[in-house]
Design a protein. Structure first.
Length: 663
């Protein structure tokens, strides 16, 4: 229970934020020694500074010196790293002793702002433009909503806290009651509605570097789609309110809970409707950035390709919000890693094979024209334009403009360096991505990249609408079809969606986790909706969120899944020396997987003493994170953790160090 300890931190935070406020001349400011919380949050620039100071701890963005945004689908069926996350090795993920997702630091700071500023707004005690003041208040509503969405994904049921509390154990313990997850989602949507109502279409300061009304509407569609599909696919389990063995039933405050709409089906319909409405608000107003299909030219003239690596993203209609970097202040390593193996985050065979041919047919369909996967060149030929743009191929240029070229710049894409042990050089799967790559070598020195980072992109609204429409009604309405065709037109793929659906054989799509929900194969139509989402948002950090809400990993409870990369044990093996192809399950010097296992490189099945050797497996409990033991102890009476108002998530215990039930 981390409500404690934050009251005094507000004073320190206020002082820090005052130092960050540069709108007033220094000589006009009060001496720092005289600043108190009561003096702060009384004028427009202070509200703006307080809000933006919360961005780094709440909003998604790549941090400095890492591979960045375009590696955040690692540990899914889209992208792989050399090691396997413990969540795919049941028995290794255990209840933590302390900390975890049950934390309220950000929520406290956001609530402090709202309970301080809203009365002052009402009383006319804040100086500045009324529209701007309301915009920054809207930003705080958005940030609280986004923080709560993070909690919803991790923990499900969660306390809804609208105020700050005194440092009193009894009060804080009572505040620890967990609200049912659908109520949390409704609270998030309410905050996003407040945010959209108060914010302007473009931030008064910072433009698309800051949150706006459209961002709030997009995230509302994301949240509503998440909860609507979660309730649909987990219906009848302990993972939804009132479900069999739902842990909330064991607490008096939730034992008689009733859904606001009267039933779980009513809740599903409510959320999917909200998702469609919010998504349309964005999709109907924002046009997609054009894709010329050009990968590299002297003028570097493909807006779609450049959108992911531009220094200034404000000119791209589709980018609703982005993070700016600066070569002298704050930089990152995305361009460096995009030239090589993306910091050992490789695309999987499943990801690559999911892309259609440009004629709209799956690769296995008769008449598709697929050239096979003996060579990466063949894999890219005639395919969806997004794969052609973003799948790297040996021999391609990675640098075009040799401006202050850094020592680590690689002008020509090399043979996949699957033998490397260094993460900076290693190609984990043989397939790697060029999304986020810039051809300007000024960014290619170690730690010298300052390309922008997309935070929210409008195409997600198109995809959210398509999926919500089908999940709600079982059909695609006219808007959904139009949005889908616009995405495929931009991708240089046939817009004959029905042809794709008719040619889809679900028995041949099972390497894609999105082909499943609750261990059942989904319909070809729904699968192709999910396929489109997967292909368009590749490597942008939304895959695991989608897999969870679809309940798309049950099939791995009893049947391990082996992640695969490119076809190493075909003609491409000639690219490597014998030493680079060392294999053998019992050989500690093994570099690649045994050809007896598969013709395709299996990055997690190289040495038998590795926990990952048996493949990716799943446990139902892993759909939600465990709450750390500390929080039950702090809120209990005596040593009896059953007296705590907090209940553990399904399958987990309240004892530190324990694995989920059955492991």
């Amino acid at each position: 229970m981390n409500f404690l300890r934050y009251k005094n931190n507000v004073i320190l935070l206020v002082l820090m934020l005052f130092l960050a406020t540069s709108c007033n001349d220094y000589l006009d400011q009060q001496p720092l020694s005289s600043i108190t919380p009561d003096d702060y949050l009384r004028e427009e620039s202070q509200l703006a500074a307080y809000a933006v100071a919360r961005y780094p701890s709440i909003l998604p963005s790549h941090v400095n010196w890492t591979f960045g945004t375009f590696g955040t689908d690692e540990n899914t069926d889209n992208m792989a790293v050399p090691g396997l996350n413990n969540k795919y090795i049941p028995g290794l993920w255990r209840v933590p002793v302390t900390d975890g997702d049950w934390s309220f630091t950000n929520i406290f700071q956001l609530n402090y702002f709202l309970q301080t500023v809203l009365p002052r707004l009402k009383n006319g005690e804040i100086t500045g433009s009324d529209a701007n003041i309301r915009h920054y208040i809207g930003e705080i509503y958005f940030l609280r909503a986004f923080e709560y969405f993070t909690k919803l994904q991790a923990l499900g049921d969660f306390p809804i806290i609208r105020n700050t509390f005194p440092d009193n154990k009894e009060i804080l313990t009572q505040a620890s009651i967990r609200n049912p997850r659908n109520e949390v989602a409704r609270f998030i949507i309410s905050d996003l509605d407040s945010a959209a109502l108060m914010m302007q279409q473009t931030s008064p300061v910072g433009g698309t570097n800051r949150i706006s009304k459209s961002v709030a509407q997009l995230v509302k569609s994301r949240v509503a789609l998440y909860e609507g599909t979660w309730l649909k696919y987990f219906k009848g389990t302990a993972f939804v309110p009132k479900g069999p063995e739902w842990p909330g039933n064991g607490k008096s405050y939730n034992a008689s809970y009733q859904f606001p709409s009267g039933s779980i089906d009513g809740e599903i319909d409510y959320f999917l409707t909200q998702a469609m409405t919010a998504a349309k608000e964005v999709a109907s107003k924002v046009t997609l950035v054009n894709n010329t299909g050009i990968i590299l030219s002297s003028n570097n003239e493909n807006p779609y390709f450049n959108m992911f690596s531009a220094e200034n993203m404000s000119g791209y209609s589709e980018v609703l919000m982005w993070r700016q970097y600066n070569r002298t202040l704050v930089t990152h390593n995305v361009p460096v890693h995009a030239q090589a193996g993306n910091y050992a985050v490789g695309l999987t065979r499943s990801m690559v094979e999911s892309f259609l041919m440009e004629n709209g047919l799956p690769i296995y369909a008769a008449g598709s024209g697929y050239k096979g996967d003996d060579y990466i060149t063949d894999v890219r030929t005639g395919r969806d334009g997004r794969l052609n743009l973003f799948l790297k191929e040996p021999g391609q240029k990675n640098v075009l403009l040799n401006l202050a070229q850094g020592s680590n710049a690689t002008e020509i894409e090399p043979t996949p360096q699957i033998w490397e042990s260094s993460l900076e050089k290693k190609y984990s799967t043989g397939y790697t991505i060029r999304k986020g790559l810039t051809y300007d070598a000024a960014h290619c020195g170690n730690g010298s990249g300052y390309t922008g980072s997309i935070t929210f992109r409008a195409v997600e609204a198109y995809l959210n609408y398509i999926e919500a429409s089908y999940e709600k009604n079982g059909t695609l309405d006219a808007d959904a079809k139009t949005y889908w065709q616009q995405i495929r037109t931009r991708a240089k793929v046939s817009t004959d969606i029905e042809k794709t659906i008719a040619a889809t054989e679900m028995s041949k799509e099972t390497r894609d986790w999105g082909a499943y929900s609750a261990n059942q194969i989904v319909s070809p139509t729904l699968y192709n909706i999910r396929r489109e989402r997967r292909n368009e948002l590749m490597a942008e950090g939304l895959r695991f969120m989608d897999l969870k809400r679809w309940r798309a990993m049950d099939q791995m409870i009893n049947t391990p899944y082996h992640v695969e990369g490119f076809k190493l044990w075909g003609p491409m093996k000639s690219w490597f020396t014998a030493a680079q192809l060392t294999y053998g399950a019992g050989n500690n010097a093994a570099i690649v997987s045994d050809p007896a296992l598969s013709d395709y490189l299996r990055p997690h099945q190289i040495r038998s003493n590795s926990d990952s050797y048996k493949g990716s497996r799943w446990a139902m409990a892993h759909y939600l994170n465990p709450i750390a033991a500390q929080h039950f102890i702090i809120t209990s009476t005596g040593n009896d953790v059953t007296t705590s108002p907090i209940y553990q998530n399904p399958g987990w215990t309240s004892t530190a160090g324990t694995a989920p039930a059955g492991y």
